[in-house]
Design a protein around this ligand. Structure first.
Ligand SMILES: O=C[C@H](O)COP(=O)(O)O
Length: 256
């Protein structure tokens, strides 16, 4: 089912106590989500159990990991497997964030393996894509994002691809305060849906949530989320501030 999703990505921020206090404050705001709305918190690995306990009993609030290994198990010191995540009741994992692609050299091929291993273990991948500034300046963003989708997702069956959440994050908008305009966001989201429809058909493409990420703030979320093909956001900086993220969750559309 195509959901409207506000996903916090804490990245490598906050101490354990700060994270716990932040979750308590957001939950304390008493937001009621409808069945097609979801609030997610992608927290650092050591905080997963605490965060899972914090959202327990909150309808449509859940926890995500920020990354996972592409290997099943074994001698990979420092890695975290999807089996480990699944054994803790974690149902979502961010895959292929641009920071992973850039600093940890994650290729489309490795990300395809991570998507596969997530789906095999009933974990919803939040698959990130998006172009760098230079690519946009060359007006090559549509082809660039299409290639990311083709190389990491197009081996999936229609049933499988509908279980993936896609996050479009133009790299030039991440942490820079430069948000894509609503026109730029809608244009790319429509392109992504069209690419998916070309491969899997309109019905399948229409079932896939496509989130926008890149300087989503309390004061621009409603405008971005109102775009017909924008199904919420993947939020970095503003997700570290309780009042701001509460506003962002409240900005989700109530219907698709
Ligand atoms: O995962 C979140 C994105 O990288 C966006 O980060 P930002 O909201 O700080 O720009």
């Amino acid at each position: 089912m195509r959901k409207q999703i506000a996903a916090a990505n804490w990245k490598m921020n906050l101490t354990y106590d700060q994270g716990e206090a932040l979750l308590k404050e957001i939950i304390g705001a008493g937001i009621q989500l409808s069945s097609n709305q979801q609030a997610l918190f992608a927290v650092p690995f050591p905080y997963l159990a605490m965060a899972k306990a914090a959202v327990k009993g909150q309808t449509n609030f859940d926890i995500a990991a920020q990354n996972c290994s592409n290997k099943k198990s074994g001698a990979y010191t420092g890695e975290v497997s999807v089996e480990m995540l699944q054994s803790m009741g974690i149902g979502y994992c961010v895959i292929g964030h641009s920071e992973r692609r850039e600093y940890f050299m994650e290729s489309n091929k490795v990300l395809a393996e991570k998507v596969n291993i997530c789906l095999e273990n009933n974990i919803t991948p939040i698959f990130c894509c998006g172009e760098a500034l230079q690519v946009r300046e060359e007006s090559a963003q549509n082809a660039f994002v299409q290639q990311q989708l083709e190389e990491s997702l197009f081996h999936l069956t229609p049933d499988q691809v509908q279980k993936v959440v896609i996050a479009y994050e133009p790299i030039w908008a991440i942490g820079t305060g430069k948000t894509a305009s609503t026109e730029q966001a809608q244009e790319m989201h429509a392109h992504i849906r069209q690419v998916l429809a070309g491969k899997y058909g309109e019905a399948v493409a229409g079932n896939i949530s496509i989130l926008y990420g890149g300087s989503v703030k309390a004061n621009n979320a409603a405008e971005l989320f109102a775009c017909p093909d924008v199904d919420g956001g993947l939020v970095g900086g503003a997700s570290l501030l309780a009042q701001d993220f509460v506003q962002i969750i409240k900005a989700l559309k109530s219907s698709n």
